[in-house]
Write a protein that binds this ligand. Structure first.
Ligand code: NDP
Length: 462
């Protein structure tokens, strides 16, 4: 009964993942940088302690695992991962496998994949927070098929299961593919959260609703097309009361959002890939603006508070959110598709939608339909899939109404408005870039293509 798998880093995620692995019947050896943590983790593990082997040094950890070993790293992304890989190098052989399961920058995973490490290496995105790691996360693997196959039984056993029973764990592609897909997942997560926050703001400041009433609306939406983890927890956080003051919980929380960088990475990478993801970019921008509290306070003092009354139906808001969500996911999947070409991966778009159906933060009912639509034709933009084109045709007037009315009343709706802008550009066959081309040719002789086919690439600018 010697473990074949080990885990380094018994923090929030590592501890939860180790318990999940032990619970699914796999003995596991664990090690943590701070002395005594592994032993305490073992002692607190109750019935699962029998399958957990605590170790005090890295060498003990390696010795406790039967070869070929699989060792999961659950430490902060970046230098900590490189340091652990270096420390493991003299201890492991070519048949052993190290899995970086933190939120690595996929460029780092690509680099580590190419480095002459004396062991095998997988990059693996894990989503679902602590609860997901404990009871079933979504798992996005990156590396060779052989290496993935080595740990696939464990990963499928511990992963979330979609309603049809399919495990939400899959190999996305080579090297950094898993961390790339996890990164875009997080970008979409930022956008989903931002759009919900914008709609919350319209209800709070435009419609004058109290948190409890907003909670009821979110709860109702969770029974419909928008059914998802993020809508579910939005209903819960708006219903919760502060244990100190008895006030509605959102009303006592400062409006300054933190971020650990994966949304920003998505926005940056989208620029490298020339992938338009304006809803995600708007969500990252909104977090950055939220962080500038002093400036916002000075702005309000100088120019007056922005949001004013904005009467809207909850049903119209629901439809607007449905539209925004489809537009955002269409952008995200197009970005993923672009990475396939750039990095030589063959990213399976319907497979990715399937992995996201359960366990992860963006899990939602709509991802089932997205998986089906992408399976019909992965190369087609999601907004053109008949199912989503029909949904959009019904929901876009609501998004337009919410954005125009909201903006007229002074509400900042960057994510919803960005979705609308993108959609209008996407359905304009004759846009305005002819003007850009004329200007570029004027000042830089860059040339242009003509509509009439006449062979003359320059204007008469003199
Ligand atoms: P925690 O801060 O809770 O735990 C970090 C762990 O890493 C601790 O065990 C810590 O050990 C160890 N550690 C820190 N620095 C080093 C180092 N230089 N060398 C060795 N070990 C080190 O972090 P999380 O569990 O939240 O996150 C771990 C990874 O998972 C991160 O990459 C994070 O981005 C990712 N992640 C987190 C999610 C979340 O919801 N929290 C969701 C998905 C991914 P020590 O006790 O000695 O400090």
């Amino acid at each position: 009964n010697q473990p074949r798998i080990g885990l380094i880093g018994l923090g929030t995620m590592g501890a939860a993942l180790a318990l999940n692995i032990a619970e699914k019947g796999f003995p596991i050896a664990v090690w943590n940088r701070t002395s005594g943590v592994a032993q305490r983790f073992h002692d607190d593990a109750g019935d699962l302690a029998a399958r957990i082997v605590p170790t005090e040094t890295l060498a003990d950890l390696v010795a406790a695992i039967a070869p070929p070993r699989a060792i999961i790293l659950m430490v902060p992304a970046g230098v900590a991962v490189d340091a652990q890989l270096e420390s493991l190098s003299p201890l492991l052989g070519p048949e052993d496998l190290v899995i970086d399961a933190g939120n690595a920058d996929f460029h780092d995973t690509n680099r580590r994949d190419q480095a002459a490490l004396p062991f095998r290496f997988l990059g693996m995105g894990v989503s679902g927070g602590e609860d997901g790691a404990r009871h079933g996360p979504a798992i996005m693997g990156g590396g060779s098929q052989t290496d993935w196959d080595l740990v696939a039984p464990v990963m499928t056993a511990i992963s979330a299961k979609a309603d049809d029973g399919t495990p939400c764990a899959a190999r996305m592609g080579d090297a950094g593919a898993g961390h790339f897909v996890k990164m875009v997942h997080n970008g979409i997560e930022y956008a989903d959260m931002q759009m919900i926050a914008e709609v919350y703001g319209l209800m709070r400041d435009g419609m004058g609703l109290h948190a409890a009433a907003i909670s009821d609306i979110f709860a109702g939406w969770n029974d419909g097309v928008l059914s998802s983890y993020l809508i579910e927890i939005s209903a819960k956080v708006t219903a919760a009361r502060d244990r100190h003051t008895g006030a509605a919980m959102p009303d006592v929380i400062l409006d300054r959002a933190g971020q650990k960088g994966t949304g920003r990475w998505t926005a940056i990478e989208a620029q490298h890939l020339s992938a338009p993801i304006p809803v995600i970019e708007a969500a990252v921008m909104a977090r950055n603006v939220s962080a500038r509290l002093d400036e916002r306070q000075a702005g309000e003092a100088r120019f007056g508070a922005a949001p004013g009354p904005c009467p809207l139906d909850a049903e119209v808001l629901e439809q607007a959110l449905i539209a925004g969500k489809i537009l955002c996911y269409a952008q995200g999947f197009t970005m993923i598709d672009g990475a396939s070409g750039r990095f030589g991966w063959t990213l399976d778009l319907p497979g990715i939608a399937r992995v996201w159906r359960a366990g992860c933060i963006i899990r939602s009912a709509m991802l089932n339909d997205m998986a089906d639509a992408l399976a019909e034709d992965p190369a087609r933009n999601l907004i053109m899939a008949p199912f989503f084109a029909d949904l959009l045709a019904r929901a876009m007037p609501a998004l337009r109404q919410v954005v125009t009315q909201g903006i007229a009343a002074g509400h900042a709706l960057p994510a919803l408005a960005s979705g609308l802008m993108w959609f209008d550009m996407m359905r304009t066959a004759r846009g305005t870039a002819n003007m850009i081309q004329a200007q570029r040719d004027f000042f830089g002789a860059h040339g242009f293509e003509r509509l009439d086919g006449i062979d003359d690439r320059h204007g008469p600018w003199g």
